[in-house]
Design a protein around this ligand. Structure first.
Ligand code: G16
Length: 573
């Protein structure tokens, strides 16, 4: 029961592109993302698309209005499939064509044909779209456009969750489509019950603490002045209610309530991890040695750190180190269940990207029975690769990641372990139960990190010392999108550029001459890739010495700027 062409025309004119023709919107690393002023028509069309997908599958799909780590004036959308995972990759070009179609009505017709051709319920009919948003000023207006679009396609219901984290929305969509979900209230309480409950269950399986119980351990949380700030108190309340008293005391900073608070501005996971600097509001001297963590703008990333005492120096435990911590805990738990084989026979893997520090890869490589893989940037790629394992740990260095588990495989494996320790098995299951199975999740990862540290009886310093990072530098150079489009990273691992060859040759030359200057035993590595979320070229450099990393970084940054200038000159001609 699609609306008439006249109704469609009217609806599309109500959500016009910002200019004619509008700038093309590519489907980036994590959906559409741009300055919020150019997104209205795209949001409306994504709403239409989401509704069609919901109707076609007769299930719940999600739409999250957010630009995550980007600056406040940007915005974007992440679409959530019925599984709770990210939009299936084969749908990306189909959606992109519709979003960018000059003639929206014709574009919609083509979209309908393609959606009809997809597998799904024959005549769907029902379907629900659940919408969430981050705290950006532009989010409300854009959410309205998404809902207007969804409404137009006659979806059975639209649920607006308001301000939620991206992983909350993913989880809620998954729950909506799970067996037995009918009639259950749709809201974030299912999220807090699930993850708070999983943490409490794990905690109850740890050896009892000496009495009197130790004071709750303090964790200082930098919420990037974003949506995660709104969720710390309910999480804390839930933990207090289930564990009374809660073993965690969460102190919130950068909660966005001060007039000068700016989303992601000198705070948050992106800033802390890329700049390796303390976020605003964390006093180096006062908080030295304290355990702290930073989320990003939509709370799907987390990194830990501890102020080092001098100016804004910090000791960082990034996504790589979280993967190392979780693998260490999982291995210990497997060994407890199966003394002899320590998890042999179970497929355990870790997935990283080219940004993983070389020292982290070396650490993971030496763990017995753990496969280590490197894939392209973008959680969607890591998630898919991790799904190939029975227990799949995946993390980007920037703090985006989770641990996926195939429960049945775990059960099968454990059932043949002779004389297994039942409690140890329950503990492993409970630990893995803390992880969000749909996407990386700052809140769930916070709980899992606290659980792992407690289980391993490790302090923050012990964790940080699991291995020592090679000095690394991450830089970005602003370049227009058309120039960025000329940069073709290697399709599998992005460790080199396949185009332009001259730019790659200058990277190779710079790296080998640094190595040659230092001689045997010196290592260095660098790569360039275009960002899929911002109009910048990213540069990653690591070397045996900090001085070498600085030099290589400066040299290559200049090469990138030079390349940009050359390109600009060539079009002027
Ligand atoms: C998104 C993706 C991440 C990716 C990041 C940066 O994060 O989900 O997987 O690492 O963008 O991507 P790029 O280097 O292409 O800009 P978020 O937290 O911004 O949604």
């Amino acid at each position: 029961h699609h609306p008439s062409d006249a109704d469609l025309q009217a609806a599309f004119s109500g959500h016009p592109p910002s200019s004619s023709p509008p700038p093309p919107l590519p489907y980036g690393t994590a959906g559409f993302r741009a300055n919020s002023a150019v997104l209205l028509h795209a949001m409306h069309r994504c709403g239409i698309f989401a509704a069609l997908r919901a109707v076609k599958t007769n299930q719940t799909v999600g739409a999250m209005v957010t630009a995550s780590h980007n600056v406040e004036p940007d915005n974007g959308i992440k679409l959530v499939d019925p599984t709770g995972g990210m939009l299936e990759q084969s749908m990306e070009p189909i959606l992109t064509e519709f979003v960018n179609a000059d003639d929206a009505v014709q574009g919609l017709r083509r979209l309908l044909e393609k959606i009809e051709a997809q597998p799904g319920v024959a005549n769907g009919g029902g379907g629900r779209v659940v919408v969430g948003q981050d705290t950006r000023q532009s989010s409300e207006r854009l959410v309205k456009a998404v809902k207007d679009g969804a409404q137009l396609m006659g979806v059975e219901s639209i649920v607006d969750l308001g301000e939620v984290t991206t992983p909350q929305l993913h989880f809620i969509v998954q729950q909506c489509n799970a067996a037995g979900a009918e009639g259950r209230r749709i809201g974030e309480s299912v999220y807090f019950e699930h993850f708070g409950g999983a943490f409490a269950r794990f905690w109850s399986l740890l050896p009892p603490s000496p009495s009197p119980a130790p004071a709750p351990s303090s964790l200082y949380v930098d919420a990037a002045n974003g949506v995660g700030a709104l969720k710390i108190a309910p999480l804390g309340e839930h933990l207090s209610a289930t564990l009374s008293p809660s073993p965690l005391s969460l102190s919130l900073l950068n909660d966005g309530t001060q007039p000068t608070d700016q989303l992601n501005e000198e705070c948050g996971a992106e800033y802390v991890q890329k700049m390796q600097r303390l976020p605003r509001g964390f006093d180096a001297a006062e908080m030295v040695g304290k355990r702290c963590c930073s989320m990003d703008g939509d709370a799907d990333r987390l990194v830990y750190f501890s102020p080092g005492g001098e100016s804004d120096h910090l000791i960082l435990c990034d996504g790589d180190k979280m993967a190392a911590l979780y693998c260490t805990a999982i291995q210990r738990m497997l060994a407890e269940i199966d003394l002899q084989d320590k998890g042999k026979g179970l497929r355990v893997g870790v997935v990283q990207t080219a940004y993983a520090n070389g020292a982290s890869t070396a650490f993971l490589d030496q763990l017995p029975h753990v496969d280590v893989r490197c894939v392209k940037t973008g959680v969607k790629h890591l998630h898919r690769a991790a799904e190939e394992y029975d227990v799949g740990v995946y993390f980007e260095a920037n703090g985006h990641g989770t641990v996926l588990v195939k429960r049945e495989r775990l059960g099968e494996w454990a059932s043949v372990v002779e004389g297994r320790d039942e409690r140890a098995y329950e503990r492993l299951v409970a630990f893995l139960g803390i992880f969000n199975q749909t996407t990386g999740d700052a809140l769930a990862d916070l709980l899992a990190t606290e659980a792992a540290l407690k289980y391993l009886n490790m302090s923050f310093a012990d964790w940080a010392a699991l291995y020592t990072e090679l000095p690394c530098r991450q830089t970005k150079v602003a370049l227009p999108r058309w120039v960025l489009n000329r940069l073709q990273p290697h399709p599998e691992h992005e460790k080199t550029l396949t185009q332009p060859t001259e730019l790659q040759a200058s990277v190779d030359t710079a790296v080998s001459s640094l190595i040659a200057q230092h001689g045997d035993g010196y290592s260095a590595r660098a790569f360039i890739r275009p960002s899929g979320t911002e109009d910048v070229c990213r540069l990653y450099v690591e070397a045996t010495t900090a001085e070498g990393a600085d030099r290589l970084s400066d040299e290559l940054k200049a090469k990138i700027s030079q390349f940009g200038a050359q390109m600009a000159k060539s079009v002027m001609k």
